[in-house]
Design a protein around this ligand. Structure first.
Ligand SMILES: C[S@@+](CC[C@H](N)C(=O)[O-])C[C@H]1O[C@@H](n2cnc3c(N)ncnc32)[C@H](O)[C@@H]1O
Length: 201
């Protein structure tokens, strides 16, 4: 990984998702969510921002972005971006306080399945509280047909009816299910089962 804007020091971790996926395009769901907002100069939160591909897209669109991740390499990438509208926080989302009504957009792509199951209800509730009126939440969940579920990984895999209660009080703009064969971040074959959600408060 190259690139050093504000710093000459980069943390290397060849196993980290941020390291493996840096410099790629944003998730198309994030682009769809941004298109729904008339004002692209508001405040956005990117939870589990990792390689910053979505964060970079939000910054380029005009947002001020709070990005949070537990991976130190994420901070190196953030430092290299050297953007005054980016506030990168190295922390576990479970230890962060999300200010109520603060964000016009909250992005949580491929992060919620990695939380301990018992924490998902209150994290989802604080995410929804963090949305400003008419704010957009753009997030993904992993479905029970995902190959990682079948291999017994300790992550959260949910059915559509198990996800629905977390979306209560939000207007569903997209709640679609994808099932396809692809690859994981390390290019190993993977059967994906993903729920893609865009919701408005
Ligand atoms: C699969 S990656 C997705 C990264 C990014 N959202 C994307 O779409 O490219 C999951 C990211 O969530 C981060 N993560 C996992 N658990 C977390 C937690 N409890 N708090 C904050 N970040 C977390 C990981 O370090 C990793 O960068």
């Amino acid at each position: 990984m190259s690139g050093h804007g504000a710093t000459g020091l980069l943390v290397r971790n060849s196993q980290s998702y941020a390291f493996l996926r840096a410099g790629r395009k944003p998730n198309p769901l994030v682009a769809d969510a941004v298109n729904l907002l008339d004002d692209k100069h508001g405040r956005a939160l990117d939870i589990g921002a990792g390689p910053l591909n979505n964060t970079r897209f939000l910054l380029d669109a005009g947002f001020s972005v709070d990005a949070i991740d537990t991976d130190p390499f994420f901070l190196s990438l953030a430092s290299a971006l050297n953007n005054r509208r980016l506030n990168a926080v190295l922390a576990d989302i479970r230890n962060a306080w999300i200010a109520p009504d603060a964000y016009s957009l909250i992005v949580a792509i491929h992060i919620l399945p990695f939380l301990p199951r018992a924490d998902l209800p209150w994290i989802m509730s604080s995410i929804v509280d963090g949305l400003a009126k008419n704010g957009i939440l753009c997030c993904t969940f992993f479905g029970v047909r995902d190959s990682w579920a079948q291999r017994g990984r300790r992550m959260i895999f949910l059915s559509r009816s198990e996800i629905s209660p977390f979306l209560t009080g939000l207007k569903q703009i997209e709640f679609s299910e994808l099932v396809y064969d692809g690859a994981d971040a390390q290019n190993r074959p993977k059967h994906w089962n993903i729920f893609r959600c865009i919701l408005r408060k």
